[in-house]
Design a binder for this molecule. Sequence first.
Ligand code: XMP
Length: 555
Amino acid sequence: MTEHPTDETSRRVSTSDDIEVGTYLEIAQADRATGANPPVDIRWKTIVIVDFGSQYSRLIARRVRESNTYCEIIPHDAGNEILHEQDVIGVILSGGPNSVYEEGAPMAPAWVFDAGVPVLGICYGMQLIAHQLGGKVEPGTEHEYGHAVIHKDGRDNILFEGLDNEIPVWMSHGDRIEELPPGFRSLAYSENSPIAAMGNEQGTYFGIQFHPEVAHTPQGAEILRNFVFGVCEGTGDWTPENFVSDAIDRIKQRVGGGKVICALSGGVDSTVVAALIHRAIGDRLTCIFVDNGLMRRGEADRVQNVFVSQLGVNLIFVDGTERFLSALKGVIDPEIKRKAIGEEFIKVFEEVANDIGQVDYLAQGTVYPDVIESAGADSSASHKIKTHHNVGGLPERMNLKLIEPLRYMFKDEVRKAGAELGLTPQSVNRQPFPGPGLAIRIMGEVTYEKLEILRAVDWIVIDEVKADGLYDRLWQSFAVLTNTRTVGVMGDQRTYQYVVAIRAVTSEDAMTADWARLPYDTLARMSNRIVNEVPEVNRVVLDITSKPPGTIEWE
Ligand code: XMP
């Protein structure tokens, strides 16, 4: 089930439901032990990203995936299990905050250099290659942070193939390579790094001092593609068509003749999970949609229409509006709101699921960022996976096994899988919506009246955003109903009504976000329509806070 009250991006959730798990590796081991996501015959041509604690590791993974190549991030102290699970064609050593010559600095595992596959070291990763293969790394006298230009050394090399001789890059390092390891040569230099890139004679090991994964290195994606295709001989087999058919095979194999239930949120992740599972096992899937009364206008009807009319899925629809509203009565604290909604959801879901009879599996829309986020670079620390799929204890109580077909996919891949499955663009390109719904966009107590006001305002905001073709470019756009009233004048009448705020942000993954520079004309139309069409509102303000320091939602 996914997203109880759900959504696909959440990280802020009631903690009671968090499942204790460890690192990526422990997660993979747990997967194997429980038979979740079992390895099937297909082994993807895989780039392994060994994470040394860089803030950019996830970005490297995204870039590799963008070249239709499967990759996984593993912590630097992981064993070599991945070599047996997938067809590993190359390894990328990430950057990291340490210095290789420091006592206790994390090293690249020995198996990386024994695996007989190409290796690319980025920043700290490059220094590790130098240090571990017999070169010398020392603190640089000049630190290099930010924009720099590197100059290719005249000779051809496959990593920089097709690039200009001068390459603008993003640097972020203090140490530098003083001596190359035996068999290596310099491939580029910058003003402050005599060795800004290096490679071995065989053309299999490379190190680059800059970050190819960030947007500030405009040709970085090209460099990573050169590594993936030129050096590692990737074939670009991780396509939506392939990963969808692989996921369907895995689901069939895993579920056999069993039965699956899946909670729908209306969000992209649960929609795609349900569509995938339905494609794999048809009527043995039952979906449950709990209308908590905190949804947007028309949302409950839309979900029914997509699943019943378009997909022909078995759907149990539960109208829980009254139950949720009474659970929220008098509640003001945002975390208590979340908790109340989460608990009510579990109760409703469990009642419904119990009525279905024998069920074997519970499907969830966990996606790769949830997995990565819940683990760190250091597997010695214990981490928590935050499930916003708050089914707290339900799988154990009902003796259900979890099935998470999107566990290794990024959001954009989930959307592509959805399109591949024939879902409409409206379904797959929806902006994320938080599980607790409009409750966390209503400051103070949530009442039916306030929900109706906010639904009316939200409708106008989305309507105008869509009318101006901005919907797909924004991570989220919505309205917040504040607890403040102000004086206004309408006709000859003095008014004393609510203030609403417009919030629109751009973001890659909701970890950070910037407030969107909506055109003034769009804002003007929104504001006019809101005060004219929603009598309970007489003032509209714009939220111009980025994240951090703000969060996307107000509560
Ligand atoms: P914040 O407000 O933390 O939001 O910047 C980041 C993303 O998560 C969504 N969000 C939630 N989703 N349950 C959810 O399912 C929640 O409690 C929750 N809180 C925030 C938010 O919409 C944004 O996409």
